[in-house]
Design a protein around this ligand. Structure first.
Ligand SMILES: [Zn+2]
Length: 106
């Protein structure tokens, strides 16, 4: 079975996630891998939009193959990154507000 795991805040903003196959990974393994990748990227487990903590949510994608699910997930990721860039540009995210405070303090 193919799964979508997303680390979501209570407002359901997705901080990070992945599509994975339970024939090759477990829920614990994908959570551990995603957390390690987040730390390695210098990020923390919180929502960059609202600042809330994120927790993992796993959803099965019945009837989907990895070859079908991956392009859809990548397309959604690009759309989310574009939305996020717009919110950042307008100063509407927690991260952009923090950056602005740092700039005015220096
Ligand atoms: Zn959020």
């Amino acid at each position: 079975m193919i799964w979508l795991t997303q680390f979501l805040c209570p407002s359901r903003h997705c901080a990070f996630g992945a599509v994975w196959d339970d024939e090759t990974q477990s829920r614990d393994e994908i959570e551990r891998d995603l957390r390690a990748q987040t730390r390695a990227a210098g990020l923390v487990e919180e929502c960059g939009i609202c600042g809330a903590a994120v927790t993992p949510e796993h959803r099965a994608l019945p009837g989907m193959t990895m070859e079908q699910a991956l392009p859809i997930a990548k397309e959604l990721q690009q759309a989310n990154l574009a939305s996020r860039a717009l919110l950042d540009a307008f100063g509407l995210t927690r991260d952009s507000q923090r950056a602005r405070r740092r700039d005015t303090e220096n």
